[in-house]
Write a protein that binds this ligand. Structure first.
Ligand code: 13P
Length: 243
Protein backbone atom coordinates (compact mmCIF):
# COMPACT_ATOMS: atom_id res chain seq x y z
CA UNK A 1 0.00 0.00 0.00
CA UNK A 2 3.04 2.13 -0.54
CA UNK A 3 2.57 4.33 -3.54
CA UNK A 4 6.08 3.81 -4.94
CA UNK A 5 6.54 0.23 -6.14
CA UNK A 6 9.40 -1.63 -4.48
CA UNK A 7 11.70 -3.29 -7.03
CA UNK A 8 14.12 -5.63 -5.24
CA UNK A 9 16.96 -7.52 -6.93
CA UNK A 10 18.12 -10.71 -5.22
CA UNK A 11 21.45 -11.62 -6.78
CA UNK A 12 21.56 -14.91 -4.82
CA UNK A 13 25.05 -16.51 -4.94
CA UNK A 14 26.21 -14.55 -7.99
CA UNK A 15 28.69 -11.72 -8.32
CA UNK A 16 32.42 -11.17 -8.15
CA UNK A 17 34.07 -7.81 -7.67
CA UNK A 18 34.32 -6.63 -11.27
CA UNK A 19 30.87 -7.56 -12.52
CA UNK A 20 29.18 -6.47 -9.27
CA UNK A 21 30.80 -3.05 -9.42
CA UNK A 22 30.02 -2.57 -13.11
CA UNK A 23 26.39 -3.65 -12.76
CA UNK A 24 25.80 -1.43 -9.74
CA UNK A 25 27.47 1.62 -11.27
CA UNK A 26 25.29 1.22 -14.34
CA UNK A 27 22.19 1.11 -12.14
CA UNK A 28 23.29 4.14 -10.12
CA UNK A 29 24.00 6.22 -13.23
CA UNK A 30 20.65 5.33 -14.79
CA UNK A 31 18.76 5.96 -11.55
CA UNK A 32 20.34 9.37 -11.13
CA UNK A 33 19.44 10.46 -14.62
CA UNK A 34 15.71 10.46 -13.89
CA UNK A 35 13.74 11.12 -10.74
CA UNK A 36 11.90 7.98 -9.81
CA UNK A 37 8.86 8.65 -7.68
CA UNK A 38 7.03 5.60 -9.03
CA UNK A 39 9.52 3.06 -7.72
CA UNK A 40 12.21 2.38 -5.15
CA UNK A 41 14.99 0.08 -6.30
CA UNK A 42 16.85 -2.18 -3.84
CA UNK A 43 19.84 -4.39 -4.61
CA UNK A 44 20.59 -7.44 -2.43
CA UNK A 45 24.02 -8.80 -3.39
CA UNK A 46 25.90 -11.66 -1.69
CA UNK A 47 27.36 -10.62 1.66
CA UNK A 48 30.87 -10.41 0.20
CA UNK A 49 29.71 -7.77 -2.30
CA UNK A 50 27.67 -5.53 0.01
CA UNK A 51 30.53 -3.14 0.65
CA UNK A 52 31.31 -2.78 -3.07
CA UNK A 53 27.65 -2.27 -3.94
CA UNK A 54 27.32 0.25 -1.08
CA UNK A 55 30.27 2.27 -2.41
CA UNK A 56 28.74 2.39 -5.90
CA UNK A 57 25.24 3.28 -4.66
CA UNK A 58 26.09 5.85 -1.99
CA UNK A 59 24.39 9.12 -2.89
CA UNK A 60 22.09 7.43 -5.42
CA UNK A 61 18.36 6.80 -5.12
CA UNK A 62 18.94 3.04 -4.90
CA UNK A 63 19.07 1.22 -1.55
CA UNK A 64 20.76 -2.07 -0.73
CA UNK A 65 20.31 -5.04 1.55
CA UNK A 66 21.44 -8.51 2.61
CA UNK A 67 20.02 -11.90 1.59
CA UNK A 68 19.84 -13.39 5.08
CA UNK A 69 20.81 -12.62 8.68
CA UNK A 70 21.22 -14.54 11.92
CA UNK A 71 18.69 -14.13 14.71
CA UNK A 72 21.41 -13.21 17.23
CA UNK A 73 23.31 -9.93 17.30
CA UNK A 74 26.76 -11.53 17.61
CA UNK A 75 28.47 -14.61 19.00
CA UNK A 76 29.84 -18.04 18.17
CA UNK A 77 27.97 -18.64 14.91
CA UNK A 78 30.66 -19.48 12.37
CA UNK A 79 29.88 -18.32 8.87
CA UNK A 80 26.80 -16.34 9.84
CA UNK A 81 26.11 -12.64 9.51
CA UNK A 82 24.05 -10.51 11.90
CA UNK A 83 21.50 -7.85 11.02
CA UNK A 84 23.64 -5.35 12.87
CA UNK A 85 26.59 -6.16 10.57
CA UNK A 86 24.42 -5.49 7.52
CA UNK A 87 23.22 -2.24 9.05
CA UNK A 88 26.85 -1.33 9.64
CA UNK A 89 27.40 -1.62 5.86
CA UNK A 90 24.59 0.82 5.20
CA UNK A 91 21.95 -1.79 4.35
CA UNK A 92 18.30 -0.75 4.63
CA UNK A 93 16.80 -4.19 3.92
CA UNK A 94 17.39 -7.89 4.53
CA UNK A 95 15.62 -10.82 2.90
CA UNK A 96 14.63 -13.54 5.39
CA UNK A 97 12.98 -16.91 4.87
CA UNK A 98 13.70 -17.18 1.16
CA UNK A 99 12.52 -20.60 -0.04
CA UNK A 100 16.13 -21.50 -0.89
CA UNK A 101 17.02 -20.96 2.81
CA UNK A 102 13.92 -22.81 3.97
CA UNK A 103 14.75 -25.75 1.65
CA UNK A 104 18.54 -26.00 1.72
CA UNK A 105 19.15 -24.76 5.28
CA UNK A 106 16.00 -26.20 6.83
CA UNK A 107 14.85 -22.83 8.12
CA UNK A 108 11.45 -22.96 9.77
CA UNK A 109 8.94 -20.13 9.99
CA UNK A 110 9.76 -19.78 13.69
CA UNK A 111 13.42 -19.21 12.77
CA UNK A 112 12.38 -16.77 10.07
CA UNK A 113 10.34 -14.76 12.58
CA UNK A 114 13.38 -14.58 14.90
CA UNK A 115 15.53 -13.33 12.02
CA UNK A 116 12.93 -10.71 11.09
CA UNK A 117 12.82 -9.58 14.71
CA UNK A 118 16.62 -9.25 14.73
CA UNK A 119 16.39 -7.20 11.53
CA UNK A 120 13.89 -4.86 13.18
CA UNK A 121 16.09 -4.49 16.26
CA UNK A 122 18.98 -3.48 14.00
CA UNK A 123 16.85 -0.92 12.16
CA UNK A 124 16.47 -2.91 8.94
CA UNK A 125 13.34 -3.60 6.93
CA UNK A 126 12.77 -7.37 6.75
CA UNK A 127 11.56 -8.84 3.46
CA UNK A 128 9.83 -12.01 4.66
CA UNK A 129 9.37 -14.62 1.91
CA UNK A 130 6.56 -17.16 1.69
CA UNK A 131 5.36 -19.48 -1.05
CA UNK A 132 4.07 -22.94 -1.85
CA UNK A 133 5.57 -25.91 -3.71
CA UNK A 134 4.21 -27.13 -7.04
CA UNK A 135 2.54 -30.22 -5.58
CA UNK A 136 0.99 -28.16 -2.77
CA UNK A 137 -0.67 -25.89 -5.35
CA UNK A 138 -1.83 -28.87 -7.41
CA UNK A 139 -3.35 -30.37 -4.27
CA UNK A 140 -5.25 -27.13 -3.57
CA UNK A 141 -3.10 -26.43 -0.50
CA UNK A 142 -1.46 -23.15 -1.60
CA UNK A 143 -3.69 -20.84 0.46
CA UNK A 144 -3.33 -22.91 3.62
CA UNK A 145 0.48 -23.23 3.27
CA UNK A 146 1.03 -19.52 2.64
CA UNK A 147 -1.39 -18.57 5.40
CA UNK A 148 0.45 -20.77 7.91
CA UNK A 149 3.84 -19.46 6.84
CA UNK A 150 2.62 -15.88 7.30
CA UNK A 151 1.19 -16.58 10.74
CA UNK A 152 4.43 -18.11 12.02
CA UNK A 153 7.01 -15.98 10.13
CA UNK A 154 5.90 -12.44 11.01
CA UNK A 155 7.12 -11.29 14.45
CA UNK A 156 5.11 -9.00 16.71
CA UNK A 157 7.58 -6.18 15.97
CA UNK A 158 6.38 -5.94 12.34
CA UNK A 159 5.00 -2.64 11.05
CA UNK A 160 4.36 -1.42 7.48
CA UNK A 161 7.58 0.61 7.84
CA UNK A 162 9.88 -2.28 8.79
CA UNK A 163 8.34 -5.32 7.07
CA UNK A 164 7.62 -6.35 3.50
CA UNK A 165 6.08 -9.69 2.50
CA UNK A 166 7.31 -11.42 -0.66
CA UNK A 167 5.05 -14.07 -2.18
CA UNK A 168 7.23 -16.37 -4.25
CA UNK A 169 5.57 -19.57 -5.48
CA UNK A 170 8.51 -22.00 -5.38
CA UNK A 171 7.61 -23.60 -8.71
CA UNK A 172 7.93 -20.19 -10.39
CA UNK A 173 11.45 -19.45 -9.10
CA UNK A 174 14.11 -19.68 -11.79
CA UNK A 175 11.84 -21.80 -13.98
CA UNK A 176 10.55 -19.21 -16.44
CA UNK A 177 7.03 -20.13 -15.28
CA UNK A 178 5.17 -17.23 -13.69
CA UNK A 179 1.95 -17.60 -11.79
CA UNK A 180 -1.05 -16.43 -13.82
CA UNK A 181 -2.32 -12.92 -13.14
CA UNK A 182 -5.44 -14.44 -11.63
CA UNK A 183 -3.42 -16.68 -9.28
CA UNK A 184 -1.32 -13.70 -8.21
CA UNK A 185 -4.43 -11.54 -7.72
CA UNK A 186 -6.09 -14.20 -5.56
CA UNK A 187 -3.03 -14.96 -3.45
CA UNK A 188 -2.18 -11.30 -2.89
CA UNK A 189 -5.77 -10.61 -1.82
CA UNK A 190 -5.51 -13.45 0.69
CA UNK A 191 -2.17 -12.16 1.98
CA UNK A 192 -3.60 -8.62 2.21
CA UNK A 193 -6.48 -9.88 4.33
CA UNK A 194 -3.93 -11.38 6.70
CA UNK A 195 -1.16 -8.73 6.84
CA UNK A 196 -3.12 -5.49 6.54
CA UNK A 197 -0.94 -2.60 5.42
CA UNK A 198 2.36 -4.50 5.03
CA UNK A 199 3.62 -4.09 1.46
CA UNK A 200 3.43 -7.30 -0.63
CA UNK A 201 5.87 -8.23 -3.41
CA UNK A 202 5.54 -10.93 -6.05
CA UNK A 203 8.57 -12.99 -7.04
CA UNK A 204 9.20 -15.85 -9.48
CA UNK A 205 10.50 -15.44 -13.04
CA UNK A 206 9.78 -11.71 -13.16
CA UNK A 207 11.37 -10.10 -16.21
CA UNK A 208 11.01 -6.92 -18.26
CA UNK A 209 8.46 -8.60 -20.54
CA UNK A 210 5.99 -9.50 -17.76
CA UNK A 211 6.73 -6.81 -15.14
CA UNK A 212 4.14 -4.23 -16.22
CA UNK A 213 1.31 -6.77 -16.10
CA UNK A 214 2.37 -8.11 -12.69
CA UNK A 215 2.98 -4.66 -11.17
CA UNK A 216 -0.54 -3.55 -12.08
CA UNK A 217 -2.32 -6.42 -10.31
CA UNK A 218 -4.17 -5.21 -7.18
CA UNK A 219 -2.19 -5.68 -3.93
CA UNK A 220 1.12 -6.10 -5.78
CA UNK A 221 3.30 -3.42 -4.19
CA UNK A 222 6.45 -4.46 -6.02
CA UNK A 223 8.53 -7.40 -7.21
CA UNK A 224 11.40 -9.53 -5.94
CA UNK A 225 13.59 -10.36 -8.91
CA UNK A 226 16.25 -13.09 -9.11
CA UNK A 227 17.87 -13.94 -12.45
CA UNK A 228 16.72 -10.82 -14.29
CA UNK A 229 18.29 -8.56 -11.63
CA UNK A 230 21.74 -9.73 -12.76
CA UNK A 231 21.41 -7.67 -15.94
CA UNK A 232 21.36 -3.93 -15.21
CA UNK A 233 19.31 -3.04 -18.31
CA UNK A 234 16.73 -5.72 -17.62
CA UNK A 235 16.42 -4.74 -13.95
CA UNK A 236 15.99 -1.08 -14.90
CA UNK A 237 13.34 -2.01 -17.45
CA UNK A 238 11.46 -3.92 -14.74
CA UNK A 239 11.54 -0.85 -12.47
CA UNK A 240 10.39 1.39 -15.30
CA UNK A 241 7.43 -0.91 -15.89
CA UNK A 242 5.92 0.56 -12.68
CA UNK A 243 5.29 3.80 -14.52
P1 13P B 1 13.88 -15.70 -10.36
O1 13P B 1 13.47 -14.28 -10.67
O2 13P B 1 15.22 -16.05 -10.91
O3 13P B 1 12.80 -16.66 -10.70
O4 13P B 1 14.07 -15.78 -8.76
C1 13P B 1 13.07 -15.29 -7.93
C2 13P B 1 13.59 -15.22 -6.56
O5 13P B 1 13.80 -16.26 -5.93
C3 13P B 1 13.87 -13.91 -5.98
O6 13P B 1 14.09 -13.99 -4.63
Amino acid sequence: MTTAKLIVGNWKMNGLMTDSRERTQKLATAANSHKATEFQMVVCPPATMVDIVAAALKGSEIKWGGQDCHSQQSGAFTGDISAEMLKDLGCSYVIVGHSERRQHHRETSVMVAAKAKAAHAAGLTAIICVGELDHERTAGQANRIVSEQLKASIPDTATPQNTVIAYEPIWAIGTGKTASSEDIRQMHALIRSQVGALPILYGGSVKAANAAEILHIPNVDGVLVGGASLKADEFLAIAQASQ
